[in-house]
Design a protein around this ligand. Structure first.
Ligand code: PLP
Length: 400
């Protein structure tokens, strides 16, 4: 018996594959600062738990495949209130996180051999999402020097082929933290319309943009109506990663008909988590403002500490809660293994995601790491100090 070729071609997630080693290290009493995973330490708003606790039915029934109507309405109200976007409940399908929203979207639009454009480095699971459908990721190269910017007509056109079916825009970006400007979003909109492409806009971090930038959705660009598929989630926006609630929104009726067939085949998403999430989307705009301020503080703390590392290259990110850091080393995985298994400072060490897994181009990103600034500022500072002092110890060991 054999596994499928697609399964054999898949890689383990660079974000999670070192977890078994980390668990052993923690069990031995060492404290690890986790900058490897986008799991914020911020409290999930109480309204979520209160709504779940208030559930008082005798039978926990299946929900509608498309989603609980009250939840769908609360999502539509949020889009109207915060962005002036007029989604109807029939434009939305609730999914098990943005992750299922993406696998279902790819299943609905991608045939084997189709190409999907995405700026590289990109959230590593896209590689797996595409592979499952037999699609090929075609990376748009970017560089730290240029702040990972990719939304220019010449760059987009250089990546286009006659197999291109879609472009994915993670905005703001994971792992780069790039926040697109309104002008860049317009360039992308023109490009997808001219070339008759799907635009998959992954806006899971939409509210988290800094330095006076305004949160924006591609859904605000009316002429994109037929091309646009928005991917959204409660995980990051409300620090509710374990709820496993996300959704797809699109005004393209053909796409919605296709994706609903898939939604029906997996019956529905957790009833209780939808009840909790309904309340999350009723939170006032001030909630996003507060969170944004907090993440901005964390970003500044991380950036300040990281820039103390000699010969480091790091572009200050404008959004989300990730930062790419190019270290003066050859192999970030080897450095991480050193931190996990050998390096201790006051019985503490640190963990990040080696960045090679965020590239589909072989050999790229080996000296880079991604840090998730999801811990409070004091912990972030300490964790970044451990990267610096750990690097000194690693270099001393390597030069022996
Ligand atoms: C860009 C991006 N898309 C999708 C996801 C998946 O999110 P969810 O927890 O909603 O499945 C993540 C999670 O880190 C992400 O960073």
């Amino acid at each position: 018996m054999k596994l499928s070729r697609n399964s054999q071609a898949m890689e383990f997630s660079p974000i999670r594959k070192f977890n078994p080693i980390a668990t052993e290290v923690q069990e031995s009493g060492v404290k690890i600062y986790h900058l490897n995973i986008g799991q914020p330490d911020i409290k999930t708003p109480r309204c979520f738990m209160d709504a779940v606790r208030a559930f008082d039915e005798d039978v926990l029934m299946y929900e509608q495949s498309q989603g609980d109507i009250k939840f769908l309405e609360s999502i539509c109200d949020y889009y109207k209130r915060e962005y002036g976007v007029g989604y109807k409940p029939t434009d939305i399908v609730v999914t098990m996180g943005a992750s299922e929203a993406l696998t279902m979207t790819f299943t609905t639009i991608i045939d084997p051999g189709d190409e999907i454009l995405i700026a590289e480095p990109f959230y590593s699971n896209y590689q797996t999402f595409a592979l499952v459908r037999g699609g090929d990721i075609r990376p748009i190269p970017t560089s730290s020097k240029e702040g990972y910017r990719y939304a220019a007509k010449d760059k987009l056109e250089a990546a286009l082929t006659d197999k291109t079916k879609a472009i994915v825009c993670i905005n703001p970006g994971n792992p780069t933290g790039l926040a697109l400007t309104a002008e860049e979003m317009d360039v992308i909109a023109d490009f997808v319309i001219e070339n008759d492409l799907w635009l998959i806009a992954d806006e899971a971090y939409r509210e988290y943009v800094y330095d006076g930038m305004k949160p924006r959705s591609f859904a605000n660009i009316d002429r994109l109506k037929e091309n646009l598929i928005v991917i959204d989630s409660v995980s990051k926006r409300f620090s509710a990663c374990g709820a496993r609630i996300g959704f797809v929104a699109s005004k393209n009726e053909e796409f919605m008909t296709g994706i609903i067939k898939l939604a029906q085949s997996r019956l529905c998403v957790s009833t209780l988590e939808q009840i909790g999430s309904t309340e999350l989307f009723k939170l006032p705009s001030s909630y996003y403002e507060e969170m944004k301020e907090e993440y901005c503080k964390r970003r500044d703390a991380a950036y300040e500490e990281i820039m103390q590392i000699p010969d480091v290259i790091c572009h200050k990110p404008g959004g989300a809660f990730y930062m790419m850091v190019d270290l003066p080393i050859d192999d970030a995985e080897d450095f991480l293994m050193f931190l996990l298994t050998e390096y201790r400072d006051n019985n503490e060490t640190v963990m990040f995601a080696p960045a090679a897994g965020f590239y589909s181009t072989p050999g790229k990103g080996r000296s880079e790491i991604r840090i998730a600034y999801v811990l409070e500022s004091g912990y972030i500072k300490r964790a970044c100090q451990l990267i610096r002092t750990g690097l000194e110890a690693y270099k001393a060991k390597m030069s022996k």
